[in-house]
Design a protein around this ligand. Structure first.
Ligand code: TXA
Ligand code: MG
Length: 330
């Protein structure tokens, strides 16, 4: 079983860094807290380490992984920044934004981490993980720390329940404050394109760069550019039904705001993402409530309508994937 080391304990952060570096240095993965979701991190320059991420997740094929850096200067050693990407990095790092950038030839990031592309997805996470990367001295490739196709973990306990038997160290940094994965943006020919909605709202990015971000044609389907964006992802066991106006017998309800949903009193369980209608609070609760609704024994999960602006775009993206037909999981 994995050793769980809490960064909140006396000397915990130092102990967690020392234990993580020992495992990472041996080419094996560790589970780490980030502000978005928990990541399963390994040395991005070591092919055996990257392979072990895929094996641990049971991910059947290689997708490019996000490479996490300690700070912007470290990112600049690995990728080429255009002016808009640099502006975004300065505005949002450390934070929940991933930039897809041309890879530098001498970067040292292994092609298994980028799936052989000539670009690399980079982000600088908040807090413990950037301190760990600074001590380790090399970028960490990290997808979410869950078995392939399942709901992403936002607590160390989620990671332990899913992968605890397969990994050596889980660093417990508490509940992830953002709760959905990073927003992914790629700048090409002076235009910023959204590859995945996430923890930074598109409107906020547009305000910083003073121009529109180009959205994929069909959000919520597989037909977009980030290769990991398969339709059925974040799949609970129970079926998920979106924009529910009423709860059917046997269903659990995931609510939002204080509106009435018919049949709520008879729901198997009720979880309100944010009674006061706050989308950031809703994002931070989303994956935990999906897991809890799933564990309630409900036959299905009815989800109330959620506004599509701000962080609602990322929330609705993840819910659409959770509700998609099965059999297309990555
Ligand atoms: O918040 C997050 O981003 C979390 C935490 C752990 O940092 N990580 C995460 O990683 O969500 P993952 O592996 O689940 O998602 C990576 C996404 C995939 O959709 C992948 O296709 C895309 O990033 N991606 C990575 N590199 C890319 C590249 N060079 N070009 C296009 N898409 C890329
Ligand atoms: Mg994931």
């Amino acid at each position: 079983m994995a050793r769980v080391i809490s960064t909140g304990d006396d000397g915990g952060a130092e102990a967690a860094i020392a234990a993580s570096i020992a495992v990472l240095g041996a080419g094996r993965p560790v589970a780490i807290p980030t502000e978005t979701v928990y990541g399963l991190a390994a040395d991005a320059t070591n092919p055996a380490a990257i392979t072990s991420i895929y094996e641990t997740k049971g991910r059947p094929r290689f997708n490019p992984l996000i490479c996490h850096m300690a700070d912007l200067p470290m990112a600049e050693r690995h990728a080429v920044f255009d002016p808009i990407s640099r502006r975004l990095a300065e505005a949002f790092w450390p934070g929940p934004l991933t930039l897809v950038l041309p890879l530098k030839e001498d970067s040292g990031i292994h092609p298994l981490a980028t799936a052989g592309l000539d670009t690399v997805g980079i982000r600088v996470p908040v807090g413990f993980t950037s301190a760990l990367i600074r001590s380790f001295g090399r970028p960490l490739a990290a997808p979410s720390a869950n078995s392939s196709g399942r709901v992403s973990p936002t607590t160390a306990q989620h990671v332990e329940a899913d992968l605890g038997a397969k990994i050596e160290v889980i660093v417990d940094g508490g509940a992830c404050p953002v709760g959905v994965e990073s927003t992914i943006v790629k700048v090409e020919d002076g235009e910023a394109r959204l590859l995945r909605p996430g923890g930074v709202a598109v409107e906020v990015i547009e305000a910083v760069i003073g121009r529109k971000v180009i959205r994929p044609k069909a959000t919520g389907t597989a037909a977009i550019e980030a290769p990991g964006m398969l339709a059925s992802h974040y799949a609970p066991n129970a079926s998920v039904r979106l924009n529910a106006a009423a709860v059917a017998p046997g269903e659990a309800l995931i609510a939002f705001g204080n509106g009435d949903i018919a049949g709520a009193a008879d729901a198997k369980a009720v979880f309100n993402l944010s009674p006061r209608g706050d989308l950031a609070e809703a994002a931070s609760n989303l994956f935990d409530f999906l897991k809890r609704a799933d564990a309630s024994g409900a036959t299905g999960i009815a989800v109330a309508p959620i506004p599509d602006d701000g962080l609602g775009e990322a929330i609705n993206d993840r819910l659409t994937r959770a509700a998609a037909p099965r059999g297309t999981e990555e």
